[in-house]
Design a protein around this ligand. Structure first.
Ligand code: URA
Length: 422
């Protein structure tokens, strides 16, 4: 018989947990036999001391089988992001590739730490339902080719419960916990192929290349062990993606992108990921896939599909509220933008109410930021850097300005995609 305190102690002493011990802790937590406090101690011990490949593979397997495992009756490509600031890629990509014939049954998460979550963002569309049964997801994908839903109770309940606890206990940034969380969900949701946007930079969960490559290595290994084509794309998260940060503001920017008016970094990322998904799903040459994606953004087919998706999930696309209280933060310097600290911007958005500080906090979907300048842009003193949308909580101009660094000399555009690991 196992004992949770002994398991915690073993991990604190850098011991390797066997599958029985991991199963006892994880399933005990799911079944309310292990407390939040004990689970937090174990998560902290894992975060500090890490896990071997075998432990991570076992942990993923236990979380994957903590609920139902879907067998989809169609081939699908699942794209998942490790999370960033202003990362609304899924909201643009899912309807866009669906409009081009790729079936997308997407299970997404809520905000985690300073990073936003697709589900919180979509719920800023009035009425939008993110709770669906497996049958409803299947039916919707059969009908319109795309569904985006929150974590279903019967899929990976272990991840659902541990993810919410990690969000508020400072145990998010751990390679074993991130790898098992993402891969258990992807494997349980039945996708035939998995594409992961692994964000690297100060606004990401992985802040350096070495950790990012290690996370990519273990996720690709888990994918292959389970017979799934798995690709990790390492992308830049040193500055927020696009211009909007905050739930409804990000949905509005996603809609503009689907209409062909998106910011260039978001556009480029969508084209790159979409082409990868098309080439995987349809065996298409990358050059042809890129051309398809570029055309699709020009013609607006993705926007038509997005409207269909919103309607099927009971949302009103004409009712996306942003706060009417706004202020402009003006540049204190002239020159070029050298950096925009995505982590700080994410934390400030959370402070405004766009994310959670405690487990049961209710998100204010109407608040956030619109950045008017990105890294490498020229700026004059007194020009607006950011519009702040706020309600009852505020951030100061100084807090916003402290996210920006300026340079007198020209700054080159940041690299968007670093490496593809498969
Ligand atoms: N996304 C997830 O689904 N889980 C994590 O742990 C981090 C990002």
């Amino acid at each position: 018989m196992y004992d949770i305190l002994e398991i915690i102690e073993k991990k604190n002493n850098q011991g390797a947990l066997n599958k029985g011990e991991i199963d006892y802790a994880v399933m005990g937590y799911v079944n309310n036999e292990i407390s939040d406090d004990d689970m937090t101690l174990l998560l902290k011990a894992i975060m500090i001391n890490g896990m071997s490949d075998k432990e991570i593979i076992d942990l993923t397997d236990i979380m994957l089988h903590s609920g139902e495992v879907l067998e989809l009756d169609f081939d699908s490509v699942d794209k998942h992001s490790t999370g960033g600031v202003g990362d609304k890629t899924t909201i643009v990509l899912a309807p866009l590739v669906a409009a081009l014939g790729v079936k997308v049954a997407k299970m997404s998460g809520r905000s985690l730490g300073h990073t936003g979550g697709t589900i919180d963002k979509l719920e800023s569309i009035s009425g939008f339902q993110t709770k669906m049964t497996l049958e409803e997801v299947q039916d919707q994908v059969d009908d319109i080719g795309v569904a985006i839903v929150g974590q279903m109770n019967n899929l990976c309940p272990a991840d659902k419960k541990i993810y919410a606890l990690r969000d508020v206990t400072g145990t998010v940034k751990s390679i074993p916990l991130i790898a098992s969380s993402i891969m258990s969900k992807k494997l349980a949701s039945g996708a035939s192929k998995i594409v992961i946007d692994l964000k690297v930079g100060n606004g990401a969960l992985m802040t350096n290349m070495e950790d990012a490559k290690e996370l990519a290595r273990i996720m690709v290994k888990i994918g292959h062990l389970n017979g799934k084509d798995t690709i990790c794309v390492l992308t830049n998260m040193d500055e927020p993606l696009g211009n909007a940060v905050g739930n409804s503001l990000e949905v509005i920017e996603s809609i503009e992108t689907l209409k062909g008016n998106g910011p260039s970094d978001l556009n480029d990322l969508v084209i790159n990921f979409g082409s990868l998904m098309l080439s995987l799903d349809k065996n298409m040459a990358m050059e042809d896939a890129i051309e398809y994606m570029e055309n699709a953004l020009k013609t607006g087919v993705g926007y038509e599909k997005f409207k269909e998706l919103v309607k099927f999930q009971h949302g009103d696309i004409n009712d996306i509220k942003v706060s009417s209280r706004t202020k402009e933060v003006l540049s204190s310097e002239s020159g070029y933008i050298k950096s925009i600290n995505a982590l700080k911007i994410g934390e400030l958005a959370r402070k405004l109410g766009a994310g959670r500080l405690k487990k049961d906090d209710v998100i204010d979907s109407t608040v956030g930021f619109v950045l008017h300048k990105k890294v490498s842009d020229k700026v004059e003193v007194g020009e607006s850097l950011v519009t702040v949308y706020y309600n009852d909580k505020e951030v100061t101009d100084e807090e916003i300005l402290s996210c920006f660094e300026f340079s007198k000399s020209v700054v080159s555009k940041p690299i968007l995609i670093y490496e593809i690991i498969r």
